[in-house]
Design a protein around this ligand. Structure first.
Ligand code: NAD
Ligand code: DAU
Length: 350
């Protein structure tokens, strides 16, 4: 019987993965280990917290003893590793936090797995969740494939690239069964409002300026978070150890076009006159080292397993806006305290 340790399960993507596994696999034990940093929030999991196959452990992935104790207590058989510092702008402000959590934390997880599973590496999986940002930036053409050379530009992407290399090194060197998947930008319910889409929704709700970096023509490939969770479920069960899989939305948007679409949908949902929200758009100073374009070629996971996004962007975005409009208490909790000082520091005088 699988006893899966999911790290970072109180965060945005992690909470969707935890929910899916807890509900879909009542025969598995799902152990969520999360340090509950500013980005971790147990309110994301209220609907499943009393399920008999769900366990929460507050733990830092850099703390080898704590992770080791969790392994012993629950008899962990597999890992889905999502815990990370995940925001590029914060990585520019404090890169070392990203090295500690994303690099040292991941190697600590690998070390514990190496020790605890040493009698039979074949019976266990270490599944590492990574990002398309490790591949760097594209020009106006082309896509990232699984064979694209790593070329990270931000402290965040450099730390994720490093962690990916360590995961592969543990497969090659020790025979630990690993899978890495590199996904494009996620969006959806529970998204922390420091990232583009939830930040814009939150500012629209509060009638605040919509800060678009640089010329607004930077391009991202957006995927609904629940579709990422479906892909993770598929790769966890059917992916081949030692391999890498790209996951993407087949859905590229220039930031400014995306913000315009959001404004249009928000005008409708808030009952505003068409064109009201877009007046809040404000171009601000660019992000240093800003990658121009990301676009994933997800044909490997599509051709091997038939995975593709299940919702259109317009549907996903509409569901996302509805979620934020209905969950104002969640929003007010995560935007109080630390968020306010981060926001002021990041956007003041920009
Ligand atoms: P998030 O910031 O919303 O959540 C991260 C979670 O990790 C939080 O619950 C936080 O408390 C926890 N955490 C942070 N440091 C920790 C530590 N030292 N020990 C234990 N827990 C810790 O991030 P997210 O957007 O859900 O991303 C999850 C993973 O997916 C990350 O590895 C990220 O690199 C990757 N990813 C994210 C995206 C995206 O668009 N958000 C896309 C591709 C890949
Ligand atoms: O590509 C996957 C990555 O996507 C993940 O690995 C990261 O964890 C996740 O944070 C995300 O990184 P990005 O930097 O692409 O996401 P962010 O939402 O911060 O920014 C998206 C784009 O919007 C980017 O071009 C910067 C721009 N932007 C962002 C913010 C917060 C703005 O123009 N204004 C803003 O205020």
């Amino acid at each position: 019987m699988k006893k899966i340790l999911i790290t970072g399960g109180a965060g945005f993507i992690g909470s969707h993965v935890v929910r899916r596994f807890v509900n879909r696999y009542p025969q598995y034990s799902i152990i969520n280990a999360d340090a509950l940093t500013y980005a971790g929030n147990l309110e994301n999991l209220i609907d499943i917290e009393d399920k008999p196959n769900y366990f929460f452990e507050k733990a830092d992935i850099k703390d080898k003893d704590a992770i080791s104790t969790i392994f012993d207590k629950h008899g962990v058989t597999d890992i889905i590793h999502l815990a990370a510092e995940s925001h590029v702008d914060r990585s520019i402000l404090s890169p070392l936090d990203f090295v500690y959590t994303n690099v040292i934390g991941t190697v600590t997880m690998l070390e514990v797995a190496k020790e605890k599973w040493k009698n039979d590496y074949n019976g266990h999986l270490f599944y590492h969740i990574s990002t398309d940002e490790v591949f760097g930036a594209l020009g106006s053409e082309g896509f990232f494939t699984e064979d694209t050379r790593y070329d990270p530009h931000s402290p965040y992407s450099a730390s994720k690239a490093s962690s990916d290399h360590f995961v592969r090194a543990y497969f090659d060197t020790y025979g630990i069964q690993t899978i890495v998947s590199n996904c494009s930008n996620n969006y959806g319910p529970n998204h922390f409002p420091e990232k583009l889409i939830p930040l814009m929704i939150n500012n629209l709700i509060n009638n605040k300026p919509l800060p678009v970096y640089g010329d607004g023509k930077y391009t991202r490939d957006w995927l609904y978070v629940k579709d990422h969770a479906i892909a993770i479920d598929l790769l966890f069960h059917q992916g081949k150890a030692g391999e890498t899989y790209n996951i993407g939305g087949f859905n590229e948007w220039k930031n400014i076009d995306l913000v315009m679409l959001l404004c249009k949908q928000m005008d409708k949902k808030l009952g505003h006159k068409p064109g009201t929200s877009k007046q809040l758009i404000t171009y601000v100073k660019d992000r240093p080292g800003h990658d121009r374009r990301y676009a994933i070629d997800a044909s490997k996971i599509n051709s091997r397993f038939g995975w593709k996004p299940s919702v259109t962007f317009e549907e996903g975005l509409s569901e996302t806006i509805d979620w934020f409009l209905t969950n104002k208490t969640w929003l007010s909790h995560v935007t109080s305290g630390e968020y306010t000082s981060y926001y002021d520091h990041q956007y003041e005088n920009r």
